[in-house]
Design a protein around this ligand. Structure first.
Ligand code: ZN
Length: 258
């Protein structure tokens, strides 16, 4: 793939970076990403990945736009109420950047379909808001050895963890069981910009994983508390008995870590 004059202009501000050149741009342009969940996190992640020139972008969500979404999902408008999010967001990111092949999946990702949806992607960004979906995404990514960026928000807090299955701790390694206080976003509440910050970190992590630029948050849970802006980096590690990734070798051909 050679960059056209229009692409050189579209991506000029990232191409000028010392860490980012035609090789990184072409790697992103050749890659397929899946964003699971087209809500507060997923809309922002999809916009940044499309803007950066991702080649294919799958958007998985079976919800429709509701009035209570708009305070934190700025890619949707009041006139969009009732429309399916996956199709709508795919159209929006396709309009943002016609280079991107946007593919809507108007379904709920669960154990039965996870591997089929995520298996061919170069990176998956999990923007769901339920722990059952989160574990399904993690399991599918581990089975397909697809790098994953996990993110979550509740109240004023958020966290991000990147995963390279077989090499670093997966979501289930880091969180073997769902938190007891796994209340929904509707119960806990959320202020929009916290989701925007966490989603922006997720998009950055996805671009790092796709290009090898920088150091992704492997074996590291980044947490952010928005009322004080305090950040923590919490170390985590692979668990040999992990049901999702324990059997994966660190590299094909290596001996298992367990
Ligand atoms: Zn694991």
């Amino acid at each position: 793939m050679t960059l056209s004059d229009e692409q050189l202009e579209r991506y000029a501000r990232q191409l000028v970076l010392a860490e980012w050149g035609a090789g990184e741009q072409e790697a992103v342009g050749a890659a397929a990403a899946i964003v699971v969940g087209a809500g507060a996190l997923g809309t922002i992640v999809a916009a940044y990945l499309a803007g950066a020139g991702i080649g294919r972008l799958g958007i998985v969500d079976d919800d429709v736009v509701e009035l209570s979404n708009l305070a934190r999902q700025p890619l949707y408008a009041t006139a969009d109420l009732g429309q399916g999010k996956a199709d709508l967001l795919a159209r929006r990111v396709g309009a943002l950047n016609p280079d991107v092949v946007a593919e809507p999946y108007p379904v709920r990702l669960e154990d039965a379909n996870a591997e089929a949806i995520v298996g061919a992607a170069a990176v998956v960004v999990d923007c769901t808001d339920s722990s059952s979906s989160r574990y399904a995404v993690n399991k599918g990514c581990c089975a397909g050895r697809v790098p994953l960026v996990e993110g979550g928000v509740a109240g004023f807090e958020g966290l991000v963890l990147s995963v390279v299955p077989g090499r670093s701790a997966c979501y289930r390694c880091a969180f073997p069981t769902a938190p007891v206080d796994a209340r929904s976003c509707a119960e806990t509440g959320i202020l929009g910009p916290i989701a925007g910050i966490i989603a922006s970190i997720q998009a950055l992590e996805a671009l790092k994983l796709l290009t090898g630029v920088g150091e992704p948050l492997l074996d590291t849970i980044l947490t952010l508390e928005g009322t004080t802006m305090s950040q923590l980096r919490v170390a985590t590690a692979r668990r040999p008995d992990c049901a999702d990734c324990g059997a994966l070798r660190s590299n094909p051909g290596d001996t298992p870590q367990s």
